[in-house]
Design a protein around this ligand. Sequence first.
Ligand SMILES: [Zn+2]
Length: 173
Amino acid sequence: MSVRIVIDSLDFVRNAGVRHGKIPLSEFKRLHSLLFDHGGELSFHVAGQYDENERPGLYLEIQGDMQLSCQRCLDKLAYRVDTQTFLLLAKTETELSQHDDNDELDAILAAPELDIISLIEDEVILDLSISVRHPDNECSMHSPAPDENNLIDQAKNEHPFAALASLKKTNRT
Ligand SMILES: [Zn+2]
C-alpha cells in the first residue's frame, strides 16, 4: 500500500494547516538505490506559515535514521536525517525563478495538489547530496592515496614549459 499525502498548498497556509506523521523508507522510491536496507521510517512535520514579509510558505521538519550504502565501499553507513527548512510558495514560474536567484531562499511552485511525500524525498536527497560515504578513516575501501592530486598540483606550480618538456620525454619513449 502506497502512502499519499496531498495538500492544496496555498489553502494549507491560509488555514494554518499542520500535518505530521511517519513514513516508511520503503515509500521513498527515489532513495532506494542509496539505501543499504529499506527498514526504518522518517518522521515529518509540515506547517503552513507566512514569513516575516507575509509571503506564504511551508515549514518542514524531517527526522529519522537511515542505513545508506557507502558510495565507495558499498557497506552499511548509518545516517541521521535532521533537517528544518522553510519553503516559500511561488505562485508563478516567474516568481519561482526570482526566488531561485536568491541563495538565501528556498522556493517551490505552489500547487493545488502538492505531494508531501515527494517534497520530503526532495529535501532528503538535497540533504544527502553532500557526501554519501564513510569518512576516510572508517571506510574499508580507503587506502592512503598515492597522491595523484598532489602530483598534478606540483606540475601546475612548475613552469609550464617544464611540464611540457616532461610530456615530450614520455612521448619519445
Ligand atoms: Zn565506505
